[in-house]
Design a protein around this ligand. Structure first.
Ligand SMILES: Nc1ncnc2c1ncn2[C@@H]1O[C@H](COP(=O)(O)OP(=O)(O)OP(=O)(O)O)[C@@H](O)[C@H]1O
Length: 297
């Protein structure tokens, strides 16, 4: 795995209030990392520290093992929480301008802007002032602004908020393409369901503390026990009296149950078969959204 960004034991207080407590996680090139937490959990503060807009009280942020510099940060793209485009300038002009600020020549900045607006389905709005766009289109223009210089690291604060489902898919497609061409993508969200569906890696923060971090499959293995689901020909109520079984849900022929440690699922399967046909039997894992529901709210 190609870890590019390392946040290590970062602390930050505002006045008496400590809002980040030993925050540590990594971001890998070529992958989407979702940074999830409730309002006020510390996501924006962490992102600002990564971008150098805010200083940490303690801890470090490194890029490919090196301290961050102004040059490295030039290769980052950031969509801040306080959206930064000028309301009275056209989308095209601003993106070209931002591209030039990041060192692109005029023709290259214009070429990339045009391609990006096309890809984000904003081409027809290119000459409109930002303030004339719908909120969803403003959001896409903000995302385009973070992408125009082809950054190696993309840091996006709530990029999906306010987008309709079609726009979510469009933006997600763009982020996936960036990741596929080698960029590292970190974005925040307070919607764990969405992040669990979209991301390769997750970082879950609550009250300034990282609760879980890593790739989705490993986290699910680490934090959830498999439950079993069965569908039989008759009523599944007999499972209630089966040793080692804790029934979670029973609905006629369908049942969901937990097994005590050491209990053998094959014994249950045989008991089911002895009573008649078995149409489905197997482990399922609860989602991370179910496990961390109370942490995220
Ligand atoms: N400049 C500041 N001065 C004082 N307190 C601040 C400042 N910035 C953030 N905070 C506080 O730090 C805590 C973490 O805020 P932060 O914006 O990082 O959370 P968040 O997870 O991004 O939440 P949200 O989704 O609401 O933006 C909050 O309690 C917030 O009020």
């Amino acid at each position: 795995m190609n870890t590019v960004l390392t946040v290590d034991a970062v602390n930050r207080s505002f006045g008496e209030r400590q809002v980040l407590k030993d925050v540590s996680f990594t971001v890998t090139a070529g992958r989407l990392t979702g940074f999830v937490g409730a309002n006020g959990a510390g996501k924006t503060t962490t992102m600002r520290i990564i971008l150098g807009v805010l200083a940490a009280d303690a801890g470090t942020v490194t890029w490919r093992g090196q301290q961050l510099t102004r040059e490295t940060r030039q290769r980052f793209g950031y969509m801040p929480e306080e959206r930064g485009l000028y309301p009275k300038m056209s989308v095209l002009e601003q993106l070209v301008y931002l591209g030039r600020l990041h060192g692109l020549g005029a023709a290259e900045a214009r070429r990339r802007t045009t391609a990006l607006l096309e890809r984000l389905e904003l081409a027809e709005r290119a000459n409109d002032h930002v303030q004339k766009l719908s909120l969803g289109n403003q959001q896409r223009a903000q995302i385009a602004a973070a992408l125009v210089h082809d950054p190696e690291l993309l840091v996006l604060d709530e990029p999906f908020s306010g987008l309709d489902p079609i726009a979510v898919e469009n933006v997600l497609g763009v982020l996936r393409e960036r990741a596929a061409s080698g960029a590292a993508v970190l974005f925040s969200s307070h919607q764990l369901e969405l992040v669990e569906r979209l991301c390769d890696d997750l970082v879950i923060i609550a009250d300034g503390t990282i609760r879980a971090a890593g790739d989705r499959a490993t986290l699910r293995d680490q934090f959830t026990q498999p439950r079993y689901q069965v569908e039989v020909g008759g009523d599944a109520g007999w499972l209630r009296d089966e040793p080692g079984v804790t029934l979670i849900d029973l609905d006629g022929r369908h049942a969901t149950f937990d097994l005590d440690p050491g209990a053998d699922d094959q014994v249950i399967l045989r008991a089911a078969l002895a009573r008649g046909p078995v149409h489905a039997f197997g482990p399922v894992r609860p989602s991370l959204a179910e496990i961390f529901r109370e942490v995220i709210q």
